[in-house]
Design a protein around this ligand. Sequence first.
Ligand code: NAD
Ligand code: DAU
Length: 333
Amino acid sequence: MRLLITGGAGFIGANFVQRTVAEYPDIRVVVLDALTYAGNRASLDSIADRIEFVRGDIADAELVDRLVGGVDAVVHFAAETHNDNSLARPWPFVQTNIVGTYTLLEAVRRHDVRFHHISTDEVYGDLGADDPAFSESTPYNPSSPYSAAKASSDMLVRAWVRSFGVRATISNCSNNYGPYQHVEKFIPRQITNLIDGVRPRLYGAGNQIRDWIHVEDHNRAVWTILESGRIGQTYLIGANGELDNKSVVEHILVEFGRDPGDFDHVTDRPGHDRRYAIDATLLRTELGWEPRYRDFRAGLAVTIAWYRAHETWWRPGKAAVENAYAEAGERVL
Ligand code: NAD
Ligand code: DAU
């Protein structure tokens, strides 16, 4: 089997490529990644001789057609992914997440190649405290330019399945944590701030809730869907990991041996989604998937240890991220 993985130098994609190479040694892996600020070739260093790496844009129709024509399946992770960036500069989100996905869909349609589309729970908008968790039948209601662009890409995939018979599945997952996550994101930002002696930064009151899942559990679910999922079906991926942001920061501080109140409240994100929660019943009952990381604090401790041990991986991007937050107007409340 030959597999094209887009966005394989990003956080979830790099973990997926590493897992694939380790567990499916007969698969020929091709990675297509533009190496934007979020992509890091070093995440694939340990397996560089086991994969073919192509630096390029998923919206480059000629390149995409050639690569898709040489594989049996595509797993599509590549995207612009950070909500704060989408508020500051929405265009790359429209271009990559919508036009890029369209370009891939046209290529898999031409070559009749199996396609798995990686998406997010944010397409469903947010929940009130007592609302039931998102399920596959929850109506789309995205809030930010990022989530609207991801929702658009999901709609394209559904249309290409129905109109053109493309053999595609979709998964919408909750917030991931683990190794190789960019330092702009919530958990790595706080961990690397603490390594640098800087207090963690909590948006607003910090009572927003995210449903945390370890990246390895997400990627095992993706493999399960790729192998056994029904064509045309959407599967939600989540591990019952609901936690408010303030509690996450407190857990990180405790892991560092610090006072759990030792953080700053900073300017809130405009339009900040209050709560995400996933009901993964379909994935569990139909495909038999179960998460292995059930203890968030244990997973967090391993993640902190990873960032402590891999400063050379994250250090080059750290100052630029903090400058960008400052330039966007973030200030201590
Ligand atoms: P990331 O930002 O860490 O990585 C994205 C990767 O895509 C980078 O390597 C980047 O270079 C590449 N890329 C960006 N634009 C490209 C383009 N035009 N052409 C080719 N490559 C391009 O992202 P991530 O957090 O690993 O997310 C991966 C996927 O998972 C995304 O589709 C995202 O929407 C989805 N997702 C993420 C989470 C999460 O918690 N991080 C949760 C659910 C779903
Ligand atoms: O739900 C899945 C989504 O999770 C993915 O689709 C996105 O690609 C991914 O970035 C993530 O989106 P969030 O906006 O939830 O993640 P982020 O890491 O940016 O923020 C998590 C929460 O923490 C959110 O409520 C904002 C808050 N936050 C974030 C940062 C960077 C802070 O309080 N302080 C911070 O410094």
